[in-house]
Design a protein around this ligand. Structure first.
Ligand SMILES: Nc1ncnc2c1ncn2[C@@H]1O[C@H](COP(=O)(O)OP(=O)(O)OP(=O)(O)O)[C@@H](O)[C@H]1O
Ligand SMILES: Cc1cn([C@H]2C[C@H](O)[C@@H](COP(=O)(O)O)O2)c(=O)[nH]c1=O
Length: 224
């Protein structure tokens, strides 16, 4: 029996890593067989082209690499992770928790296409490419952490200062990140992703409060 593939999805700096870790700890404490994965898989060689792209090797702006080319970099990284790291667990019935997935390509690459028909064509192509041709599993649940982009901007800036890390080409482009947030809202409707509100006005909600909402959705899925 196949397991459950659960995706925590959101714009940059919106708390995905924080919430994925909290959910993982909670499900482990509940006694579930659960595994945590993240995309890009930065520490693995499979993400080499993603790191080059986000580091600006092909151009300083997201738009310098077209949606189709950039998507393949991320998809190949995902395929390598699936084949080597979690397919066996998933097929044995375990829970796989992913911080980002194909759903990130659906948003962050699709926004590069401004024409509605071109964007729809891209989304159809991507679905076929990753889920049918590459054979990656379709998620059982996608939870979108809806953090207002102005609040995420502040979290990204604080983290960049705290960790002294350079922002990637997506993070440096505030306008692009804000367009991604609109695309998240549209796609959450289109693909029936669950949405958890993560800010109250100009401030993030408490990490524990967001976690409680996320856990409730997952607990319901696991009891179905
Ligand atoms: N609800 C919250 N309240 C306050 N700070 C938060 C909250 N959630 C996350 N943070 C902090 O904001 C920063 C970004 O969070 P996190 O790394 O979890 O986001 P992310 O979505 O995984 O980021 P990225 O897209 O860059 O991978 C971190 O420094 C984290 O500690
Ligand atoms: C997995 C994945 C990611 N992206 C984009 C989304 C972000 O802007 C970056 C990754 O940055 P993070 O802050 O380290 O999460 O890449 C994408 O376009 N397609 C994908 O499949």
């Amino acid at each position: 029996m196949k397991g459950k593939l659960i995706i925590i999805e959101a714009g940059d700096g919106s708390g995905k890593a924080t919430q994925t870790k909290a959910l993982y700890d909670h499900l482990q404490a509940d006694g579930h067989r659960v595994h945590r994965i993240e995309f890009p898989d930065y520490k693995d060689d499979s993400s080499a082209l993603v790191r080059m792209y986000l580091g600006g090797a092909f151009g300083e702006k997201a738009a310098d690499v077209n949606a189709y080319a950039a998507s393949t970099f991320f998809a190949v990284d995902r395929f390598a992770s699936y084949q080597r790291k979690w397919r066996d667990y998933y097929e044995a019935g375990d829970i796989i928790l992913a911080d980002r997935y194909t759903t990130s390509n659906m948003v962050h690459q699709a926004v590069k296409l401004t024409d509605k028909t071109e964007r729809e064509n891209f989304l159809d192509w991507l679905w076929d490419f990753e889920f049918t041709k590459m054979g990656l599993p379709v998620p059982d649940k996608v939870i979108f952490l809806d953090m207002a982009p102005e609040v995420a901007d502040k979290l990204i800036a604080a983290r960049a200062e705290e960790t002294a890390t350079k922002k990637d080409i997506h993070e440096r482009d505030t306008d692009y990140l804000h367009r991604c947030h609109n695309a998240y809202l549209e796609l959450a409707d289109k693909y029936k992703w669950d949405k958890v509100i993560c800010n109250e006005g100009n401030n993030p909600r408490k990490i524990e409060d967001i976690h409680r909402d996320v856990y409730k959705l997952v607990d319901k899925l696991l009891k179905e």
